[in-house]
Ligand binder design. Structure first.
Ligand code: UDP
Length: 374
């Protein structure tokens, strides 16, 4: 009989990184795959599922923008309990560090159901940064049976924490997703307007950067935009959160060469990234995708769990101080030697076959278990 694998997801980045795994699972004759979404990022999630043609079996549709983290958590856990009771999965796969992943893992743990953690072992060892993601990752690591680590470094983190078995280095499924999104010919109104100016993609949304740091980064961006009016075009797709929308508009609204937009659909985001000069971000996923394109990234955070990209030289961790961000931004625009070195670094996050590797490992594991039962 086919083993049942439940896959839970709720946010845009989870969907981008889990759809390649779901598509591989669906090819396997050993598994029946059941997909449950929570709708943690409603529209942004639906758009990614449509792109990958993944149809959820359950849509908990439980999250509204104004809910607190705790309200969201309790709604997910209530909904997930019903799904797990009804489906009785042999294994549940969760991804990374979201509330959906955390609540699902906890539900499965209490029901003594096996959990597989995709993108396991990322750590800053600072429970405040990123918040609450670091806590979520560590917690899922405690209860997971299978750990799919994107890099050797992530595997070593898990080993240091005392995990002894079922840790596999598979690369990051973010790179798999790029095979579905990147197009040789791609048109977007922003690209038409840019002419020969350097494109800089900006994304800022991290919770720990709210109320202070984000304003300081935006002021640095404003200074650069004004100074390089004819040389640089900045695109800033702003997260839907009302606070971020408001600060972005207030600080940058008068900058002619800064285009503030709604979040980009993932195809536009990846293709514009591929055509950018550099990227300034506090996003996690973009720190993994940009090295694939050889695009330098200024990471406006104090700590990063994507240390491989920093070691490879593509990512530069610069914090959020206005003057430091301004100086680093200016340097990357002016210093061609630095720019060249950052752009030629290699991508440490895998070869785009991570989803297949995860499914191959699970198939072998299932076969081993069946042999034991005979
Ligand atoms: N992304 C997107 N549109 C945007 C901004 C980001 O499709 O306007 C994609 C990005 O390419 C990456 C993912 O969303 O794949 C990262 O999401 P986000 O930065 O929201 O979350 P994080 O990775 O920090 O959890």
């Amino acid at each position: 009989m086919r083993k049942k694998i439940l896959v839970a997801l709720g946010t845009r980045p989870e969907a981008i990184k889990m759809c390649p795994v779901i598509l591989e699972l669906k090819k396997s004759t050993l598994f029946k795959t059941v997909v449950v979404i929570t709708g943690q990022h409603r529209e942004m999630l639906d758009e990614v599922l449509k792109l990958f043609q993944v149809k959820p079996d359950y849509d908990l549709d439980i999250l509204k923008n104004s809910q607190s983290l705790i309200q969201k958590f309790s709604e997910i856990i209530n909904g997930m309990e019903k799904v797990v009771d009804c489906e009785q999965p042999d294994l549940t796969l969760v991804h990374g560090d979201t509330l959906t992943a955390y609540a699902t893992a906890l539900t499965c743990y209490f029901k003594r159901k096996a959990i597989g953690h995709v993108e396991a072992g990322l750590r800053t060892y600072n429970l405040r940064e990123p918040f609450p993601e670091e806590f979520v990752r560590q917690s899922i690591g405690i209860v997971a049976k299978y750990h799919f680590a994107p890099t050797e470094q992530a595997k070593q983190n898990l080993i240091k924490e005392g995990k002894k078995s079922n840790i596999y280095v598979t690369g990051n499924t973010a790179i798999d997703a790029l095979r579905y999104t990147v197009q040789e010919k791609f048109f977007h109104p922003f690209l038409e307007d840019v002419k020969d100016r350097k494109i800089v993609l900006v994304t800022l949304h991290r919770r720990e950067n709210w109320n202070g740091p984000i304003e300081s980064v935006l002021r640095a961006i404003k200074r650069i935009a004004n100074e390089y009016l004819d040389e640089v075009s900045i695109l800033y797709p702003v997260h839907k959160n009302p606070y971020i929308q408001s600060v972005a508009k207030t600080i940058l609204e008068k900058c002619e060469n800064v285009k503030i937009t709604e979040p980009l659909d993932v195809v536009a985001c990846h293709n514009i990234m591929a055509r950018s000069y550099c990227i300034l971000t506090d996003s996690g996923g973009i720190q993994e995708e940009a090295p694939y394109f050889g695009k330098p990234v200024l990471v406006v955070r104090n700590v990063t769990e994507r240390v491989e990209g920093v070691e490879a030289g593509t990512l530069k961790l610069i914090g959020t101080d206005e003057n430091v961000v301004y100086e680093n931004f200016k340097q990357i625009l002016e210093n061609q030697e630095l720019y060249k070195n950052m752009s030629k670094s290699i991508n440490p996050y895998g070869n785009g076959q991570s989803g297949k590797q995860i499914v191959d490992i699970l198939e072998k594991e299932i076969e081993k278990e069946e042999e034991k039962e005979i």
